[in-house]
Design a protein around this ligand. Structure first.
Ligand SMILES: Cc1ncc(COP(=O)(O)O)c(C=O)c1O
Length: 370
Protein backbone atom coordinates (compact mmCIF):
# COMPACT_ATOMS: atom_id res chain seq x y z
CA UNK A 1 0.00 0.00 0.00
CA UNK A 2 1.35 3.41 -0.95
CA UNK A 3 0.31 6.10 1.51
CA UNK A 4 0.57 9.60 0.06
CA UNK A 5 1.75 12.47 2.21
CA UNK A 6 -1.29 14.51 3.32
CA UNK A 7 0.44 17.75 2.32
CA UNK A 8 -2.14 20.14 3.79
CA UNK A 9 -2.21 18.53 7.22
CA UNK A 10 1.58 17.96 7.21
CA UNK A 11 2.23 21.66 6.63
CA UNK A 12 -0.22 22.54 9.39
CA UNK A 13 1.28 19.99 11.78
CA UNK A 14 4.78 21.31 11.14
CA UNK A 15 4.15 25.01 11.37
CA UNK A 16 0.93 25.99 13.10
CA UNK A 17 2.38 25.61 16.57
CA UNK A 18 5.85 26.94 15.80
CA UNK A 19 4.95 30.36 14.38
CA UNK A 20 4.01 33.48 16.26
CA UNK A 21 0.88 34.07 14.13
CA UNK A 22 -1.03 31.09 12.82
CA UNK A 23 -3.43 32.80 10.43
CA UNK A 24 -4.65 29.67 8.78
CA UNK A 25 -6.47 27.82 11.55
CA UNK A 26 -9.74 26.75 9.98
CA UNK A 27 -11.67 26.59 13.24
CA UNK A 28 -12.59 29.19 15.83
CA UNK A 29 -10.73 30.42 18.92
CA UNK A 30 -11.11 27.37 21.24
CA UNK A 31 -12.97 27.39 24.51
CA UNK A 32 -11.52 26.57 27.90
CA UNK A 33 -13.56 24.22 30.08
CA UNK A 34 -14.05 27.10 32.51
CA UNK A 35 -15.69 29.22 29.82
CA UNK A 36 -17.86 26.35 28.68
CA UNK A 37 -19.15 24.58 31.78
CA UNK A 38 -20.54 25.40 35.20
CA UNK A 39 -18.51 24.75 38.36
CA UNK A 40 -20.84 21.88 39.19
CA UNK A 41 -20.29 20.26 35.79
CA UNK A 42 -16.53 20.65 36.13
CA UNK A 43 -16.80 19.07 39.59
CA UNK A 44 -18.59 16.07 38.03
CA UNK A 45 -15.76 15.68 35.54
CA UNK A 46 -13.24 15.58 38.37
CA UNK A 47 -14.84 12.46 39.80
CA UNK A 48 -15.38 10.68 36.48
CA UNK A 49 -13.68 7.27 36.35
CA UNK A 50 -11.37 7.26 33.35
CA UNK A 51 -12.41 3.93 31.86
CA UNK A 52 -13.01 3.18 28.21
CA UNK A 53 -16.69 4.05 28.23
CA UNK A 54 -19.07 2.85 25.53
CA UNK A 55 -16.88 2.20 22.46
CA UNK A 56 -19.33 3.61 19.91
CA UNK A 57 -19.86 6.71 22.05
CA UNK A 58 -21.75 7.27 25.30
CA UNK A 59 -25.51 6.83 25.08
CA UNK A 60 -25.99 10.46 26.27
CA UNK A 61 -23.77 11.77 23.50
CA UNK A 62 -25.23 9.60 20.75
CA UNK A 63 -28.68 10.62 21.92
CA UNK A 64 -27.70 14.33 21.79
CA UNK A 65 -26.14 13.92 18.33
CA UNK A 66 -29.14 12.00 16.99
CA UNK A 67 -31.39 14.92 17.96
CA UNK A 68 -29.55 17.03 15.36
CA UNK A 69 -30.91 14.74 12.63
CA UNK A 70 -34.69 14.37 12.36
CA UNK A 71 -35.67 10.70 12.27
CA UNK A 72 -32.40 9.50 13.82
CA UNK A 73 -31.88 7.67 17.11
CA UNK A 74 -28.63 6.79 18.94
CA UNK A 75 -28.09 3.69 16.75
CA UNK A 76 -27.72 5.95 13.73
CA UNK A 77 -24.60 7.47 15.33
CA UNK A 78 -21.00 6.34 15.85
CA UNK A 79 -18.77 8.67 17.88
CA UNK A 80 -15.20 8.93 16.57
CA UNK A 81 -11.89 10.57 17.44
CA UNK A 82 -12.46 13.80 15.61
CA UNK A 83 -14.01 14.12 12.19
CA UNK A 84 -10.73 12.92 10.73
CA UNK A 85 -11.34 9.41 12.08
CA UNK A 86 -14.91 9.50 10.77
CA UNK A 87 -13.55 10.31 7.29
CA UNK A 88 -10.99 7.53 7.56
CA UNK A 89 -13.54 4.94 8.67
CA UNK A 90 -15.90 5.89 5.89
CA UNK A 91 -13.29 5.27 3.21
CA UNK A 92 -11.82 2.20 4.86
CA UNK A 93 -15.21 0.53 5.38
CA UNK A 94 -17.04 1.60 2.26
CA UNK A 95 -14.55 2.07 -0.60
CA UNK A 96 -12.37 -0.62 -2.17
CA UNK A 97 -9.89 -1.11 -5.01
CA UNK A 98 -11.38 -0.22 -8.37
CA UNK A 99 -14.21 1.86 -6.88
CA UNK A 100 -14.62 5.43 -8.02
CA UNK A 101 -15.02 8.28 -5.55
CA UNK A 102 -16.30 11.56 -6.97
CA UNK A 103 -14.88 14.22 -4.70
CA UNK A 104 -15.87 17.87 -4.43
CA UNK A 105 -12.75 20.07 -4.79
CA UNK A 106 -11.29 22.21 -3.42
CA UNK A 107 -11.73 20.31 -0.17
CA UNK A 108 -9.98 19.30 3.01
CA UNK A 109 -7.81 16.84 1.10
CA UNK A 110 -7.89 13.92 3.58
CA UNK A 111 -10.26 11.65 1.66
CA UNK A 112 -8.35 12.06 -1.59
CA UNK A 113 -5.20 10.56 -0.10
CA UNK A 114 -6.93 7.80 1.87
CA UNK A 115 -9.10 6.63 -1.02
CA UNK A 116 -6.13 6.51 -3.40
CA UNK A 117 -4.04 4.57 -0.89
CA UNK A 118 -6.82 1.93 -0.73
CA UNK A 119 -6.69 1.55 -4.51
CA UNK A 120 -9.76 3.61 -5.42
CA UNK A 121 -9.87 6.12 -8.26
CA UNK A 122 -10.67 9.66 -7.15
CA UNK A 123 -12.34 11.89 -9.71
CA UNK A 124 -12.64 15.54 -8.72
CA UNK A 125 -15.66 17.68 -9.50
CA UNK A 126 -15.15 21.38 -8.99
CA UNK A 127 -16.61 24.29 -7.14
CA UNK A 128 -16.25 27.17 -9.61
CA UNK A 129 -15.29 30.64 -8.50
CA UNK A 130 -17.15 32.11 -11.49
CA UNK A 131 -20.30 30.44 -10.05
CA UNK A 132 -19.63 31.98 -6.59
CA UNK A 133 -18.13 28.61 -5.61
CA UNK A 134 -21.24 26.65 -6.58
CA UNK A 135 -20.50 23.13 -7.84
CA UNK A 136 -20.21 22.31 -11.52
CA UNK A 137 -23.05 19.78 -11.57
CA UNK A 138 -22.69 19.10 -15.30
CA UNK A 139 -19.13 18.04 -14.61
CA UNK A 140 -20.30 15.82 -11.75
CA UNK A 141 -22.89 14.20 -14.03
CA UNK A 142 -20.30 13.58 -16.74
CA UNK A 143 -17.99 11.74 -14.30
CA UNK A 144 -20.54 9.11 -13.23
CA UNK A 145 -19.87 5.54 -14.43
CA UNK A 146 -21.07 2.10 -13.30
CA UNK A 147 -18.03 2.05 -10.97
CA UNK A 148 -19.09 5.18 -9.10
CA UNK A 149 -19.36 4.09 -5.48
CA UNK A 150 -19.63 7.38 -3.67
CA UNK A 151 -20.06 11.12 -4.16
CA UNK A 152 -18.32 13.05 -1.38
CA UNK A 153 -18.99 16.68 -0.54
CA UNK A 154 -17.73 19.06 2.10
CA UNK A 155 -20.62 21.34 3.03
CA UNK A 156 -20.07 24.06 4.23
CA UNK A 157 -16.86 23.87 2.28
CA UNK A 158 -13.26 24.09 3.41
CA UNK A 159 -11.55 26.21 2.01
CA UNK A 160 -14.11 28.43 0.23
CA UNK A 161 -16.76 28.76 2.94
CA UNK A 162 -19.41 28.08 0.28
CA UNK A 163 -22.71 26.41 1.15
CA UNK A 164 -24.65 24.27 -1.32
CA UNK A 165 -28.07 25.58 -2.33
CA UNK A 166 -31.11 23.35 -1.67
CA UNK A 167 -31.38 22.86 -5.47
CA UNK A 168 -27.76 21.72 -5.74
CA UNK A 169 -28.27 19.30 -2.83
CA UNK A 170 -31.37 17.87 -4.51
CA UNK A 171 -29.52 17.43 -7.79
CA UNK A 172 -26.59 15.68 -6.07
CA UNK A 173 -29.08 13.33 -4.38
CA UNK A 174 -30.81 12.70 -7.71
CA UNK A 175 -27.52 11.88 -9.43
CA UNK A 176 -26.43 9.60 -6.58
CA UNK A 177 -29.78 7.75 -6.66
CA UNK A 178 -29.53 7.30 -10.42
CA UNK A 179 -26.04 5.84 -10.00
CA UNK A 180 -26.98 3.85 -6.87
CA UNK A 181 -23.97 5.54 -5.25
CA UNK A 182 -23.47 6.65 -1.65
CA UNK A 183 -23.42 10.29 -0.67
CA UNK A 184 -20.84 11.17 1.96
CA UNK A 185 -21.16 14.65 3.43
CA UNK A 186 -18.47 16.15 5.64
CA UNK A 187 -20.56 18.71 7.54
CA UNK A 188 -18.02 19.68 10.19
CA UNK A 189 -18.59 23.40 9.50
CA UNK A 190 -22.38 23.10 9.87
CA UNK A 191 -23.39 25.63 12.52
CA UNK A 192 -20.69 28.17 11.59
CA UNK A 193 -22.89 30.15 9.16
CA UNK A 194 -22.26 33.88 9.32
CA UNK A 195 -25.94 34.73 8.83
CA UNK A 196 -27.05 32.26 11.52
CA UNK A 197 -29.13 30.16 9.09
CA UNK A 198 -28.05 26.59 9.71
CA UNK A 199 -26.99 24.67 6.61
CA UNK A 200 -29.29 21.78 5.70
CA UNK A 201 -27.89 18.32 6.32
CA UNK A 202 -27.83 15.51 3.78
CA UNK A 203 -29.01 13.20 6.59
CA UNK A 204 -32.31 11.57 5.65
CA UNK A 205 -32.38 13.02 2.12
CA UNK A 206 -31.49 9.61 0.75
CA UNK A 207 -31.23 6.12 2.25
CA UNK A 208 -27.58 5.92 1.17
CA UNK A 209 -26.38 9.16 2.79
CA UNK A 210 -23.64 9.12 5.43
CA UNK A 211 -22.82 12.28 7.36
CA UNK A 212 -19.75 13.17 9.32
CA UNK A 213 -19.54 16.04 11.72
CA UNK A 214 -17.87 16.93 14.99
CA UNK A 215 -17.06 19.61 17.52
CA UNK A 216 -13.74 20.82 16.09
CA UNK A 217 -14.89 23.69 13.90
CA UNK A 218 -18.32 25.27 14.38
CA UNK A 219 -18.19 24.45 18.12
CA UNK A 220 -14.57 25.64 18.66
CA UNK A 221 -13.59 22.47 20.55
CA UNK A 222 -10.94 20.68 18.46
CA UNK A 223 -9.04 19.52 21.53
CA UNK A 224 -11.96 17.35 22.65
CA UNK A 225 -11.37 15.15 19.56
CA UNK A 226 -15.05 14.40 19.19
CA UNK A 227 -16.47 13.62 15.77
CA UNK A 228 -19.21 11.33 14.54
CA UNK A 229 -20.71 9.44 11.66
CA UNK A 230 -24.49 9.49 11.23
CA UNK A 231 -26.23 7.29 8.73
CA UNK A 232 -28.21 4.11 8.13
CA UNK A 233 -28.00 1.76 11.13
CA UNK A 234 -26.40 -1.15 9.23
CA UNK A 235 -23.67 1.08 7.82
CA UNK A 236 -23.02 2.64 11.22
CA UNK A 237 -22.72 -0.82 12.74
CA UNK A 238 -20.23 -1.83 10.04
CA UNK A 239 -18.16 1.32 10.68
CA UNK A 240 -18.28 0.58 14.43
CA UNK A 241 -16.66 -2.82 13.81
CA UNK A 242 -13.91 -1.10 11.76
CA UNK A 243 -13.51 1.38 14.63
CA UNK A 244 -12.61 -1.56 16.92
CA UNK A 245 -9.42 -1.79 14.83
CA UNK A 246 -8.54 1.90 14.74
CA UNK A 247 -8.94 3.44 18.17
CA UNK A 248 -11.49 1.28 20.06
CA UNK A 249 -13.25 4.33 21.45
CA UNK A 250 -13.11 8.08 21.76
CA UNK A 251 -12.15 9.55 25.15
CA UNK A 252 -14.66 9.28 27.97
CA UNK A 253 -13.96 12.86 29.12
CA UNK A 254 -14.61 14.19 25.64
CA UNK A 255 -17.86 12.23 25.44
CA UNK A 256 -19.11 13.71 28.69
CA UNK A 257 -18.22 17.30 27.77
CA UNK A 258 -19.62 16.90 24.25
CA UNK A 259 -22.99 15.70 25.57
CA UNK A 260 -23.17 18.87 27.70
CA UNK A 261 -22.18 21.09 24.77
CA UNK A 262 -24.97 19.67 22.63
CA UNK A 263 -27.69 20.51 25.16
CA UNK A 264 -29.91 22.76 22.98
CA UNK A 265 -29.48 25.99 24.94
CA UNK A 266 -25.74 25.66 25.38
CA UNK A 267 -25.31 24.58 21.78
CA UNK A 268 -26.94 27.81 20.58
CA UNK A 269 -24.85 29.88 22.98
CA UNK A 270 -21.67 28.30 21.63
CA UNK A 271 -22.66 28.70 17.98
CA UNK A 272 -23.71 32.32 18.52
CA UNK A 273 -20.43 33.18 20.28
CA UNK A 274 -18.54 31.67 17.35
CA UNK A 275 -20.59 33.39 14.65
CA UNK A 276 -19.97 36.73 16.33
CA UNK A 277 -16.21 36.15 16.15
CA UNK A 278 -16.40 35.13 12.48
CA UNK A 279 -18.53 38.13 11.51
CA UNK A 280 -16.26 40.65 13.22
CA UNK A 281 -13.15 39.13 11.74
CA UNK A 282 -14.60 38.90 8.25
CA UNK A 283 -15.28 42.64 8.39
CA UNK A 284 -11.69 43.24 9.57
CA UNK A 285 -10.30 41.07 6.77
CA UNK A 286 -12.47 42.86 4.21
CA UNK A 287 -11.12 46.20 5.41
CA UNK A 288 -7.55 44.92 5.17
CA UNK A 289 -8.11 43.45 1.69
CA UNK A 290 -9.84 46.71 0.69
CA UNK A 291 -6.52 48.50 1.21
CA UNK A 292 -4.95 46.12 -1.34
CA UNK A 293 -7.75 46.02 -3.90
CA UNK A 294 -5.36 45.45 -6.78
CA UNK A 295 -3.77 42.45 -5.03
CA UNK A 296 -6.54 40.50 -3.28
CA UNK A 297 -10.09 39.48 -4.02
CA UNK A 298 -12.44 36.91 -2.54
CA UNK A 299 -16.02 35.75 -2.43
CA UNK A 300 -17.12 36.22 1.21
CA UNK A 301 -17.66 32.83 2.88
CA UNK A 302 -21.22 31.93 3.89
CA UNK A 303 -19.88 29.71 6.67
CA UNK A 304 -16.71 28.20 8.17
CA UNK A 305 -13.75 29.88 9.75
CA UNK A 306 -11.82 30.57 6.58
CA UNK A 307 -11.60 32.78 3.52
CA UNK A 308 -10.12 31.58 0.24
CA UNK A 309 -8.33 34.65 -1.08
CA UNK A 310 -7.15 35.04 -4.67
CA UNK A 311 -4.06 37.17 -5.22
CA UNK A 312 -2.61 38.80 -8.30
CA UNK A 313 1.11 38.85 -7.41
CA UNK A 314 3.35 36.63 -9.53
CA UNK A 315 4.86 34.72 -6.62
CA UNK A 316 3.88 31.06 -6.27
CA UNK A 317 1.64 30.37 -3.26
CA UNK A 318 4.00 27.87 -1.58
CA UNK A 319 6.88 30.36 -1.93
CA UNK A 320 4.73 33.09 -0.45
CA UNK A 321 3.72 30.80 2.43
CA UNK A 322 7.39 30.01 3.16
CA UNK A 323 8.49 33.64 2.86
CA UNK A 324 5.83 34.80 5.30
CA UNK A 325 6.65 32.06 7.76
CA UNK A 326 10.42 32.47 7.64
CA UNK A 327 10.58 36.25 7.56
CA UNK A 328 7.61 37.16 9.76
CA UNK A 329 6.64 34.01 11.64
CA UNK A 330 3.17 34.18 10.07
CA UNK A 331 1.61 30.99 8.76
CA UNK A 332 -0.98 31.05 5.98
CA UNK A 333 -1.82 27.93 3.96
CA UNK A 334 -0.91 28.07 0.26
CA UNK A 335 -3.51 27.44 -2.43
CA UNK A 336 -1.03 24.88 -3.82
CA UNK A 337 -2.01 22.56 -0.97
CA UNK A 338 -5.51 22.49 -2.48
CA UNK A 339 -4.08 22.19 -6.01
CA UNK A 340 -4.86 25.89 -6.66
CA UNK A 341 -1.91 28.25 -6.96
CA UNK A 342 -2.46 31.99 -6.49
CA UNK A 343 -4.85 31.46 -3.62
CA UNK A 344 -4.29 31.61 0.13
CA UNK A 345 -6.51 30.29 2.90
CA UNK A 346 -6.81 32.79 5.72
CA UNK A 347 -8.47 31.77 8.99
CA UNK A 348 -10.95 34.24 10.51
CA UNK A 349 -11.65 32.36 13.73
CA UNK A 350 -8.88 33.72 15.90
CA UNK A 351 -8.98 36.72 18.24
CA UNK A 352 -9.26 39.91 16.20
CA UNK A 353 -6.10 41.58 17.53
CA UNK A 354 -4.12 38.48 16.72
CA UNK A 355 -5.53 38.33 13.18
CA UNK A 356 -4.76 42.01 12.59
CA UNK A 357 -1.22 41.74 13.99
CA UNK A 358 -0.53 38.88 11.55
CA UNK A 359 -2.05 40.77 8.63
CA UNK A 360 0.05 43.84 9.44
CA UNK A 361 3.15 41.66 9.18
CA UNK A 362 1.83 40.40 5.85
CA UNK A 363 1.76 44.05 4.71
CA UNK A 364 5.51 44.25 5.34
CA UNK A 365 6.15 41.23 3.11
CA UNK A 366 3.94 42.66 0.38
CA UNK A 367 6.41 45.54 -0.03
CA UNK A 368 8.93 43.22 -1.61
CA UNK A 369 6.95 40.74 -3.66
CA UNK A 370 6.07 41.27 -7.34
C1 LIG B 1 -13.57 19.62 6.27
C2 LIG B 1 -12.79 19.00 7.37
N1 LIG B 1 -13.11 17.75 7.77
C3 LIG B 1 -12.46 17.16 8.78
C4 LIG B 1 -11.43 17.80 9.44
C5 LIG B 1 -10.76 17.11 10.59
O1 LIG B 1 -11.33 17.63 11.75
P1 LIG B 1 -11.15 17.03 13.22
O2 LIG B 1 -10.27 17.95 13.96
O3 LIG B 1 -12.55 16.99 13.78
O4 LIG B 1 -10.58 15.66 13.12
C6 LIG B 1 -11.06 19.09 9.06
C7 LIG B 1 -9.94 19.79 9.72
O5 LIG B 1 -9.47 20.83 9.32
C8 LIG B 1 -11.76 19.70 8.01
O6 LIG B 1 -11.49 20.95 7.61
Amino acid sequence: MKIEIFELERAQSLYENTVEYNLTESGIHPYTLKELLTEEEIGDLLSLRLGYGQTNGSIELRDAVSRLYPGADPDNVLVTNGTAEANFLNIWCNIGPGDELLLMVPNYMQMLGIARSFGATVKPFHLREELSWDPDLEELKSLITPRTKMIAVCNPNNPTGAVLSEEAMKEIVRLAKEANAWIYADEVYRGAELDGKETSSFFGLYDKAIICCGLSKAYALPGLRIGWLAGPKKTIEKCWSCHDYTSISSGILGNQVAALVLQPERRMKVLNRNRKILKENLTALEEWAGKHKDLFSFIPPKAAGIVFVKYSMKINSSELMTKLRKEKSVFIVAGDLFGMDHYLRIGIGSEKDYLMAGLNLFDEVLRDVD
